[in-house]
Design a protein around this ligand. Structure first.
Ligand SMILES: [Zn+2]
Length: 317
């Protein structure tokens, strides 16, 4: 291989920022590594996405304990990806909440995704031996549910497909703070290997319609003004739209996956090449866009073996 697989060459630790978005809402962000959101209710704390391992989650807990001693009672999974969910056991939460569609994905492909992601991101799975197994939600919902943490209203919404088929957002309507998971990225490349690219923009419009004043993306800094929120949503929308258009026109004109990849890379690198994990994501993103353009609605399962085969095929010079 001429280029190191996925993020295997990315070994430098990132700087963590723990920022206050409202009296009861915080963001744990890390220069483009996966983010965690925190909501502090009257009598309990909610964590949105867990980090990749219990050891890495301990750093989130340390930050939470600097601002509150209330029990961490709720964990929300924005979707099923291992790098966001496998740290869940560290919190000892009573409820692990996910959409029904996300639970279906864990049943169908959770273990393959675990094996694949550990191989992709060695740095993000620090102390992977502390992961006790897959993270299983014990409270699921279809389209939406509302939790009241005392006086704090927390809406948990499956707004539609996009990054995955089960994407879930957390919305604080009074504070107008939104936790988007990987539906929105900021300065980081959207991963689309399991995406529904043609539906992603309409789902983003639903997030925009909420008119957030602050948004915690899946990766990248917290967005803390309406203008910054719009920049994050619009940037993600432009990327996923360009990705699908660049790949679909090539797939439909009979080009091979490798030809579509080379063409999409040439077209998109000038604008997006400086976003975090661009080189990591594009082979997966183009593979999925190509399948979707060929009419495959349900994303094919990535395994540790399929990952490497695809990488070799697309990165061959
Ligand atoms: Zn993800």
């Amino acid at each position: 291989m001429t280029k190191a697989f996925a993020s295997q060459a990315d070994l430098a630790d990132k700087k963590i920022t723990f920022s206050k978005l409202a009296d009861n809402a915080y963001a744990y962000t890390a220069e483009g590594d996966p983010n965690t959101g925190i909501v502090i209710g009257d009598d309990a704390v909610m964590v949105i996405d867990t980090q990749a391992t219990p050891i890495m989650a301990q750093d989130v807990i340390r930050r939470i304990r600097e601002v509150t001693d209330k029990p961490i009672k709720y964990v929300v999974l924005s979707h099923y990806h291992a790098v966001r969910v496998l740290g869940a056991s560290a919190y000892g939460a009573q409820y692990v909440i996910a959409s029904e569609a996300t639970r279906e994905m864990i049943v169908e492909r959770g273990q393959q995704d675990y094996d694949s992601e550990v191989q992709r991101f060695p740095r993000l799975f620090r102390s992977v031996e502390t992961v006790p197994g897959l993270t299983w939600p014990n409270l699921t919902f279809s389209d939406r549910m509302t939790l009241w943490l005392g006086q704090t209203e927390v809406q948990i919404i499956h707004a539609g497909k996009g990054h995955t088929k089960g994407d879930t957002i957390v919305w604080l309507p009074k504070e107008r703070v939104l936790f988007s998971g990987d539906l929105v990225e900021y300065g980081a490349t959207p991963y689309a290997g399991d995406a529904h690219l043609q539906e992603w923009p309409a789902t983003l419009q639903k997030l925009r319609d909420l008119k957030p004043v602050a948004l915690v993306p899946g990766r990248g800094d917290a967005l803390t003004t309406p203008e910054a929120v719009e920049e994050g949503i619009a940037g993600t929308q432009a990327f996923v739209t360009a990705l699908y258009e660049e790949v679909a026109k090539r797939a439909k004109s009979g080009q091979s996956l490798k030809q579509a990849y080379d063409g999409a890379m040439a077209a998109m690198s000038p604008r997006y090449g400086n976003w975090v994990i661009f080189e990591h994501c594009m082979p997966f993103d183009v593979s999925r866009a190509y399948d979707e353009a060929k009419g495959i609605d349900h994303p094919r399962i990535w395994t540790a073996e399929r990952d490497i085969e695809m990488w070799k095929a697309l990165e061959a010079k």
